[in-house]
Design a protein around this ligand. Structure first.
Ligand code: FES
Length: 99
């Protein structure tokens, strides 16, 4: 796992996009639980960092498709899958696992 940000950089209900090994990853803090997802919508590639986080979902800003933060599954169109990455918080470091 690699450290990609400090927890203080991603406030509650906040987001932060980071570049890791040439990939754009979006970190999300949902009530103290951190998630990491790819920053490109699998539908037509819109950047997800402009999306809205509500309940356990992030909505794409372009067409509004909702993706579950835990598994990346699209609610409206289950064939679309937002890639999610395992996250671990160690001290104040947000660590993620890239494949
Ligand atoms: S580009 Fe994200 S829902 Fe269409």
């Amino acid at each position: 796992m690699i450290s990609v940000a400090k927890t203080s950089e991603v406030p509650n209900f906040g987001k932060k996009a980071v570049s890791v090994s040439g990939r754009e990853i979006l970190l999300i803090n949902l009530k103290g639980t951190f998630f990491a997802v790819e920053n490109d919508c699998p539908h037509q590639g819109s950047p997800m960092n402009a999306g809205v986080v509500k309940d356990d979902y992030i909505s794409c800003p372009r067409h509004g498709y909702r993706y579950k933060l835990r598994d990346g599954r699209c609610v409206e169109h289950p064939d679309y899958q937002l890639q999610v990455f395992p996250v671990q918080v160690v001290g104040d470091d947000i660590m993620i696992e890239l494949e």
